[in-house]
Design a protein around this ligand. Structure first.
Ligand code: ZN
Length: 296
């Protein structure tokens, strides 16, 4: 495969995104890819109001296999410059790419200064939670669709029960060898949903997961931290006792923790497999703020 690519720098408020598109894509397709990248990169700004890194990189190559998935493969490389590598179908529209969750999922990985190994459930959980928030904030999903996705995700996690009874950290460590992806990803997503709701409730809406993670980003974006270091920093910077204790609780959980109580507390009811969002009440207001990225 040719290594040649078309390079372009996208600048926003003094920050730089280096975009490399493999020249095997035909020129029309390169325009679709560019359109898609600008869209998902703008979506990533809807967490900190800026990108998590001063300079970062996205590279896109055509996926060798043809299938129905517009983005069959992607990977994040953490280094001097964080790089997100996408493999897409060689003919696909920007709209199809925007509707695929993979783009948002990969970009959400950049929100924390993770060193790329250990406690994989934490990093994948962050992305599984934020991919839905990002898609809702950018208008790709309605609020109802976002919670329906989270609901279905938690159910998939629960259905992946082969390793129930084993602590999450063990299942997570053996993930690549033995599987259990849905258990691991959705236990992690539960961690971030639980943390977000608790932070908002405890602080009366002044503190949010966005704000908590942004403080970590401000202090430590250039560091490579273990997850234990990350959760300790998050508690310290936000003056809360939450991230570390919840981490200890979730890493020894023996199944995907129950999400029903959290859903009920933010005004979500489930009937016949469909989520319904209440529009009134303190729980509903807290929930609505998750998407609008506002604080009280
Ligand atoms: Zn991931």
């Amino acid at each position: 495969m040719s290594e040649e690519n078309v390079h372009q720098t996208i600048e926003r408020d003094g920050q730089k995104l280096q975009l490399h598109i493999n020249s095997q894509f035909d020129p029309d397709m390169q325009i679709e890819l560019q359109d898609w990248v600008v869209f998902i990169a703008e979506t990533l700004q809807k967490v900190y109001g800026r990108w998590p890194r001063q300079e970062w990189e996205i590279s896109i190559s055509p996926a060798p296999a043809v299938g129905s998935d517009p983005i069959p493969w992607a990977q994040v490389h953490r280094g001097e410059m964080d790089r997100v590598e996408f493999y897409t179908a060689s003919q696909v529209s920007a709209d199809e790419l925007k509707n695929a969750w993979t783009g948002y999922h990969e970009l959400a990985h950049l929100l924390i200064p993770y060193r790329g190994w250990g406690d994989l459930w934490f990093s994948e959980g962050l992305s599984s939670y934020y991919q839905n928030i990002l898609m809702a904030r950018s208008g790709i999903l309605t609020e109802q669709q976002m919670w329906q996705n989270l609901y279905e995700g938690f159910l998939r996690g629960r259905a992946d029960s082969r390793f129930d009874g084993q602590p999450l950290n063990e299942v997570s460590s053996a993930l690549r060898k033995k599987g259990g992806f849905m258990r691991v990803y959705w236990s992690g997503a539960w961690y971030f949903l639980a943390a977000d709701v608790r932070l908002r409730r405890q602080s009366g809406g002044k503190l949010t997961l966005d704000i908590a993670l942004e403080k970590l980003n401000q202090c430590c974006a250039n560091q490579r931290l273990s997850v234990l270091e990350i959760v300790n920093k998050l508690d310290e910077l936000n003056q809360v006792l939450l991230f570390q204790s919840l981490y200890q609780q979730v890493r020894i959980s023996t199944e995907v923790p129950a999400f029903e109580t959290i859903f009920a507390s933010v005004g979500i009811t489930i009937k016949d497999g469909t989520v319904t969002l209440q529009q009134e009440g303190p729980g509903a207001r807290l929930r609505q703020q998750i998407i609008s990225r506002t604080t009280l």
